[in-house]
Design a protein around this ligand. Sequence first.
Ligand SMILES: NC(=O)c1ccc[n+]([C@@H]2O[C@H](COP(=O)([O-])OP(=O)(O)OC[C@H]3O[C@@H](n4cnc5c(N)ncnc54)[C@H](OP(=O)(O)O)[C@@H]3O)[C@@H](O)[C@H]2O)c1
Length: 281
Amino acid sequence: MATDELRGRTIILTGANTGIGRATAANLAARGATLVLAGRSAEKTVPVIAALKADSGNDAITFSALALDDLAAVRRSAVELLAKHDRIDVLINNAGVAGAHGVTKDGFEIAFGTNHLGPFLYTQLLLPALRKAEQGRIVNVASRAHLSAKGIPWETLRQRTITTTGLNEYAVSKLANVLHANELARREVGKSAVTTYSLHPGVVASDVWRSVPWPFAGLIKLFMLSTEDGAKTSLYCATDPGLATTSGRYYDKTREAKMSRVARDEALAKELFARSEEWTK
Ligand SMILES: NC(=O)c1ccc[n+]([C@@H]2O[C@H](COP(=O)([O-])OP(=O)(O)OC[C@H]3O[C@@H](n4cnc5c(N)ncnc54)[C@H](OP(=O)(O)O)[C@@H]3O)[C@@H](O)[C@H]2O)c1
């Protein structure tokens, strides 16, 4: 049976039909939150919601259609969501792809478009509702992979994935997740109670490695955590009372950790924010 710990708190979680997102949802459902699972597949997510309801006894779990690789669809999804929830306590930007190749509907490199630009627009559109919460939180599930990105290669963002593994592009998209959380934190200070967090969940046995070619995927799989352990850092950032006034920091396995030097570059974060606003107009 669900506890009352998070009763009355509305939490939007993207990409929760599988992997870390599903494990995150299971924990939040058991703690009584009002949960919206936003994902691109009703077919995959509706059965997960039924299972979560049955396991937790929490009936306040719904689906919201969200395709992050299509900016018009992101806009539609946010409008529909806001019609039902005018106050949001937590947004967890969890959905993402790794090792994918191609471009999004709007012509952006697939990892950058899906992992950064779609969530950026979604966050912008939900921000007014997050500001209405007593203490709104935005949690970006980034990755330690951001450490290997040397910067944002502006000139390659509007073309197909170049590298064979797609992992360089993934690293850039995850750097963008950290820069985005940092810049938002600076923008909300003194303006609202909204706080932001970015994190590395650990290396987790999920579906995210489905597009990464062998032997890379095999090597990665040697060191994996369970999805339940992988959900711990997202849960910590989303719900820990001790983090209510901490914003713009990066966490690795439930501890504050050092983000890369590039991720701490305020001018770069500002530029990414401004360009992302322009691209998503
Ligand atoms: N697993 C790891 O070791 C690891 C390490 C570092 C960071 N991360 C990050 O953790 C997050 C969760 O990853 P995971 O390992 O749990 O991956 P996963 O099992 O592959 O789940 C990814 C989720 O994102 C959804 N998604 C993908 N593309 C989407 C789109 N265009 N629109 C909407 N939803 C989309 C997927 O939906 P479908 O099922 O419909 O495709 C799925 O629900 C990601 O941001 C990932 O980068 C993971």
